[in-house]
Design a protein around this ligand. Structure first.
Ligand SMILES: Nc1ncnc2c1ncn2[C@@H]1O[C@H](COP(=O)(O)OP(=O)(O)OP(=O)(O)O)[C@@H](O)[C@H]1O
Length: 621
């Protein structure tokens, strides 16, 4: 029997989903606050985005309401004139001004409605952009370590996607709600002028409908939260099926059916929950509508009784019917929009939680700057664990790096080399201990200027030249050919169809793909282009051929600019670190040996073991 690719036991709900679930089921008091809070968020976003369109939309809706009132009172006037006593041609003539007013009010209301619709249509995309921009800004301010936390990554995905859509939908819902509330207030005011007893029946209809709609919205949202982990699983498997990165292995290992089965298995659970939730929602809505219909019927029966007992004159019966049906229509519209806002409020809340989480993970404001050209970088008792991990990836590290030195970090896979390099350059902040650039603790300073040749570099979908210059867009662009030459990327760029202007992405017409090694050369050129006091080169030659590798190491450890900067080299190619000024050997996050190649190789220890096994490996090859 085939076992599931991802064990269901590992599908823990993210912490934020559990918290939001508690909030969603917290009771009606929270619910009463949810819609005004969501409305405030959307109105504020709209106001900041465009005061003109927001004011126009609000004014148009209010004007439409006022015109509806004028129309209703004109109808009442016309009916009273026409039906007061026996009909005759004079009364018909007397009612003409009121009938004209009805027509005018209706035309004006339709025109104002169209203006409101236009303002709403102009606002929605702008507000959506503002909401998305806010998330982008907040996420970009987050410290990089946050992206090692799966919960946060999922919150960014869901909060970004659903939160932004909820804001956009809410622009429409909020405008329609305003329109419906104005219309409702007008209709209820008119109905109440006939007799106050008509009001409770209509309100009963509203309450029943509203209760059902809100309860259904809560059920849908808690189902969404319950299914977050499984939805992520379905998304991951879907991505493996359709993604470019997995396309080769999926076919080579004949995983097509396995992935389709896995997707079917996960989707089945998702669908079953969706159907169960929808069935419960439908039953609740049905109950609500039945009660609402009873309320509507009650209003008409009350009117009948009032007419029968002559508490309302027959001449006003027509207007009363128009007002009651108008009030009922406005009520159901208001409830529909309130419900839409209520549903959206959960996702707007999710967006707020994402923004809060980004603020929390942004770290303290730093008033100082790191020295631009430090003579020493000192680590004192540095320990660091990734979010959610008990075992530190780096522990109790004391180390001093001096300007001009090439420091090689070596050790087995997972020994903490990359993590340590990120701590040295301030990308990560230690849990305990300090990283000092001269005497400035990086925990208290703005991020220092660093250059990086990443282990898995970003394949920027831009031109070859910009791919190099992107490390320093304010730098002198004309220098890029030197950096390309230093990294051995010059010949590959010359061979591209449009040379340095060729876009390095096959997603664009005329774009060009590169091999892994070619990308690594571009990444090395990018690292060299940025002038910084510290260069981190994390496995810069893992995919390079021997010639290119020698060239890159030459550039890193040789003379070109190396004397003014500190170079941290993370590598498994021990043959190439012989010239390093300092070699640091790591084992399970701890430094177990430091020295030059000559010092370390002269005595038995972890470095000699690593070096001998690497040499045996290359001799055997
Ligand atoms: N994003 C992450 N989240 C959680 N743990 C991580 C993460 N990245 C690395 N680790 C853990 O931290 C430890 C050190 O990882 P690191 O990448 O620093 O090792 P390394 O020596 O650079 O390995 P390699 O030579 O394979 O690149 C490992 O045990 C790894 O499992």
């Amino acid at each position: 029997m085939r076992y599931p690719l991802i064990d269901d036991g590992e599908l823990a709900e993210p912490a934020w989903a559990t918290i939001n679930e508690q909030v969603a089921t917290a009771g009606w008091r929270r619910s009463a606050r949810a819609v005004p809070a969501a409305l405030a968020t959307v109105v504020l976003l709209a106001w900041r985005t465009s005061r003109r369109w927001t004011a126009l939309a609000a004014t148009a809706h209010l004007a439409a309401g006022a015109l509806q009132a004028v129309g209703l009172f004109a109808v009442a006037d016309a009916f009273t004139t026409l039906l007061d006593g026996a009909p005759n041609p004079d009364r018909l003539l007397d009612s003409v001004p009121s009938l004209l007013l009805v027509g005018l009010a209706h035309t004006a209301r339709t025109t104002v409605g169209a203006v409101a619709h236009l303002a709403q249509a102009a606002l929605a995309p702008r507000v959506e952009y503002a909401a998305r921009h806010g998330i982008h800004r907040a996420v970009l301010d987050v410290a990089p370590v946050a992206f090692s936390d799966a919960d946060f990554v999922e919150l960014v995905r869901q909060g970004g996607m659903h939160g932004v859509w909820a804001v956009r939908r809410s622009v429409q819902a909020a405008s329609d709600l305003l329109a419906a509330l104005v219309a409702l207030a007008v209709a209820l005011a008119v109905v109440t002028t006939f007799h106050p007893w008509l009001l409770p029946a209509l309100l009963l209809a509203a309450a029943a409908n509203g209760w059902a709609a809100m309860r259904a919205a809560r059920l849908s949202y808690t189902s969404f939260l319950r299914m977050v982990a499984r939805d992520r699983q379905a998304w991951l498997v879907g991505d493996l099926i359709t993604g470019a990165e997995s396309a080769m292995e999926v076919r080579a290992f004949l995983l097509e059916e396995v992935l389709l089965d896995e997707h079917a298995r996960v989707s089945e659970r998702l669908n079953a929950d969706a159907v169960r939730t929808e069935a419960r929602c439908a039953a609740i809505r049905l109950g609500g509508r039945a009660l609402a219909a009873a309320g509507g019927l009650g209003a008409y029966c009350t009117l009948g009784v009032l007419l029968y007992t002559q508490q309302v004159p027959l001449s006003l019966a027509g207007t009363a019917v128009v007002a009651i049906s108008g009030a009922a229509a406005s009520l159901s519209q208001a409830i529909r929009e309130f419900n839409a806002m209520y549903e959206n409020s959960f996702y707007i809340d999710l967006r707020a939680r994402l923004l809060d989480e980004c603020r929390r993970r942004r770290g303290a404001a730093r008033s100082r700057s790191a020295p631009p050209d430090p003579a020493t970088i000192t680590l004192r008792g540095v320990t660091f664990a990734y979010p959610g991990q008990h075992e530190p990836a780096v522990r109790d590290v004391d180390l001093t790096l001096r300007r001009g030195q090439v420091v090689a970090l070596v050790g087995e896979n997972g020994s903490g080399k990359s993590t340590l390099s990120r701590l040295i350059c301030g990308l990560f902040t230690p849990d305990t201990g300090q990283v000092l650039w001269d005497d400035v603790d990086l925990a208290t300073a703005a991020p220092p200027r660093t250059s990086l040749i990443a282990q898995d570099p970003v394949r920027w979908p831009v031109s070859a030249a910009t791919n190099i210059c992107i490390s320093d867009l304010d730098g002198e662009r004309a220098r890029w050919p030197d950096s390309a030459r230093t990294a051995g990327a010059d010949t590959l760029i010359e061979a591209l169809p449009r040379r340095e202007d060729t876009v390095l992405s096959t997603l664009f017409a005329g774009g060009h793909g590169l091999s892994t090694g070619q990308w690594q050369r571009i990444a090395a050129a990018r690292g060299h282009f940025r002038t910084a006091p510290l260069l981190i080169a994390d496995e810069p030659t893992a995919s390079l051929d021997a010639l290119a590798e020698a060239r890159v190491f030459d550039a890193l450890c040789g003379n070109e600019g190396a004397s003014n900067r500190t170079t941290v080299l993370v590598t498994h190619r021990l043959g190439n670190v012989r010239n390093a000024d300092l070699i640091v050997v790591l084992e399970r996050g701890r430094i177990v040996a430091t020295g030059t190649h000559a010092e370390l190789i002269s005595r038995p220890g972890p470095y000699r073991l690593l070096y001998d096994s690497a040499s045996e490996g290359s001799a055997a090859r």
